[in-house]
Write a protein that binds this ligand. Structure first.
Ligand SMILES: Cc1ncc(COP(=O)(O)O)c(C=O)c1O
Length: 384
């Protein structure tokens, strides 16, 4: 039996209906969207429109045209960050960002002279909103926060941070990579201006899908220029949405899969998914915490984290633990820095990394039992 516990990297398995819908589209339709006027292409347009609408509804947003599709959350974040920040601007962000945000900011710091304030989180990865407010300057042009850390799982107080951003009239960008699909997100109530999401994690869709929801009236500079299927004689990127920010042929087959996965999520309900994952996380925290020599990072509280648990065992190298779990027990986890060196710096594991399990909707308590027993055996083997 194989046990997949790397859902924080990408979810697996996907609902069968998702794979079926991609297959059916590729076999029976296969046309591009926003380009042709024949019947099959119009059907493609309809499928894309429905996907936009499902995304908008999922996040309580009412402007379908401002749901921009990208290939993943990394592209969405690059689009928002590069499209807003200019030379000399200041940005406020968390101290646990993924490289999808951090490298983008560091590049702009080097190449355009922007300045960055990294708001220090507690050792458990929690950011105090007051510290965010204190970091705001006259030239602060963007506040960026991950909704939940992909290393510690810690959920950030985005509603409060969003409120602060709103009071200061600064756009608020949220990286929802670890929450979209498994945790309730309400763009209005959470005061989010720009919501970046990826389709292949808790949204249970195919890789190569993602997007940016733009709840902001000011202009964002496009990341790319090119064909949009209309107004082709005009020599610049059109001003209207989604075409202003969405260029080139869309990943229609992938988005058809995303449409199906959101339907699945709606049928199950975010609440059911969230509660089931919370229950599994609570169970796993309890089991892992009892293992002698195993140190868990981040809050040991399923109410405060998403379905990510990171740990180290005595002085074993995390890569060795990951290798043993895979090799001997067919358990898939992720070891290392998880593309988030800042979060590791916070918990003191930047030099070593750690082991991370990412629990998904399709995991069972039995998977956690097998993981815990395997870890106990690995510890025993290394002690001999
Ligand atoms: C918090 C966070 N941001 C960004 C990303 C990047 O996701 P993607 O590779 O889908 O762009 C990830 C996933 O690895 C993540 O966990």
């Amino acid at each position: 039996m194989q046990i997949y516990l790397d859902n924080a990297a990408t979810s697996y398995p996907k609902p069968v209906a998702v794979a079926d819908s991609v297959y059916n589209f590729m076999i029976n339709n296969g046309t591009t969207s926003g380009r042709g006027s024949y019947k099959k292409a119009m059907e493609s347009d309809r499928l894309i429109y429905e996907t936009r609408k499902l995304i908008a509804d999922l996040f309580n947003f009412n402007n379908t045209k401002k749901v921009i599709f990208t290939s993943n959350v990394t592209e969405s974040l690059n689009l928002a960050i590069n499209g807003i920040l200019n030379e000399g601007d200041h940005v406020v962000t968390s101290s646990i960002e993924h490289n999808a945000v951090w490298r983008c900011l560091k590049t702009l710091e080097r190449d355009k002279g922007i300045s960055i304030t990294k708001v220090k989180a507690s050792k458990e990865g929690y950011t105090n909103p007051e510290d965010v407010e204190k970091s705001i300057r006259e030239n602060t042009k963007l506040i960026i926060f991950t909704h939940a850390s992909n290393v510690l799982g810690t959920i950030q107080p985005i509603r409060e941070i969003g409120k602060i951003a709103k009071n200061h009239n600064i756009p608020f960008l949220v990286d929802a990579a670890q929450t979209a699909g498994a945790y309730p997100i309400d763009i209005q109530k959470d005061n989010i201006n720009l919501l970046a999401f990826t389709g292949h994690k808790s949204l249970l869709g195919p890789m190569g899908t993602g997007g940016l929801v733009v709840n902001w009236d000011k202009n964002i500079q496009p990341l790319k220029a090119g064909g949009t299927g209309g107004d082709s004689a005009y020599e610049y990127q059109p001003d209207y949405y989604p075409n202003r920010l969405e260029t080139g042929t869309l990943n229609v087959s992938g988005l058809v899969g995303l449409r199906e996965s959101i339907k699945f999520i709606n049928k199950e309900s975010i609440e059911t998914i969230h509660n089931k994952e919370k229950e599994l996380v609570k169970y796993a925290l309890n089991k892992l915490d009892k293992i002698d020599g195993l140190k868990i990072y981040g809050p040991k509280d399923s109410e405060k984290i998403v379905s990510v648990i990171s740990f180290n065992i005595k002085d074993l190298r995390p890569e060795d633990v990951g290798f043993e779990l895979d090799n001997k027990y067919s358990i898939m986890v992720r070891a290392g820095l998880h593309c988030a060196p800042n979060a590791h710096e916070l918990i003191g594991t930047k030099a070593t990394g750690c082991v991370r399990i990412g629990i998904g909707y399709f995991n069972k308590k039995e998977d956690i039992d097998i993981l815990a027993n395997s870890l106990i055996e690995i510890i025993k083997t290394y002690e001999i």
